[in-house]
Design a protein around this ligand. Structure first.
Ligand SMILES: C[S@@+](CC[C@H](N)C(=O)[O-])C[C@H]1O[C@@H](n2cnc3c(N)ncnc32)[C@H](O)[C@@H]1O
Length: 143
């Protein structure tokens, strides 16, 4: 893929062991890539974000989350644990991959812990709920 009007270099790497040099990135963004990470991996990711961003460089992450309101949590987890795997089976021929979504979401909970880890690394962080907590996000910048 080419981006003739932008200076973009594509790397296919493990973000936790990347080759990006320090203070080099303008932005770090990811959608739905946090939920499978352990606490230690999130800690390493927070460190890496602070390391690779330029001063004033920005980051934004979003992830599916467990809503705090009980009724919504029950409905949303039912949707993740049962409806999504059925849709996956019907349209993709595989329900097992999609069954893991509820498992990962229950373990991950939300972006609150990651927000604390980012702050501990010196980043300016804002935490945000979407769809009444069915997704949460963190965004901010390197001071
Ligand atoms: C659920 S997918 C989301 C993909 C896409 N962002 C979207 O919204 O459709 C999670 C993505 O995180 C990536 N990912 C997970 N762990 C990673 C790691 N250690 N380094 C780089 N990418 C990782 C996976 O390769 C996968 O593409």
């Amino acid at each position: 893929m080419e981006y003739p009007h932008w200076n973009i270099q594509l790397l296919e790497e493990d973000v936790l062991n990347n080759s990006i040099i320090s203070s080099h990135a303008d932005f770090v963004v990811s959608a739905f890539g946090l939920k499978t990470f352990s606490t230690a991996q999130l800690e390493k990711l927070a460190f890496e974000i602070n390391r690779i961003l330029k001063p004033n460089g920005q980051f934004a992450f979003i992830e599916i989350s467990e809503p705090k309101w009980l009724l919504l949590r029950l409905l949303f987890m039912f949707y993740l644990n049962w409806i999504i795997p059925i849709i996956g089976k019907l349209f993709m021929g595989n329900s097992m991959d999609y069954k893991m979504l509820g498992v990962y979401c229950s373990k991950f909970k939300n972006c609150e812990k990651f927000s604390t880890q980012l702050k501990a690394n010196g980043l300016e962080v804002r935490y945000k709920k979407y769809f009444f907590g069915c997704a949460t996000g963190v965004m901010g910048y390197k001071k």
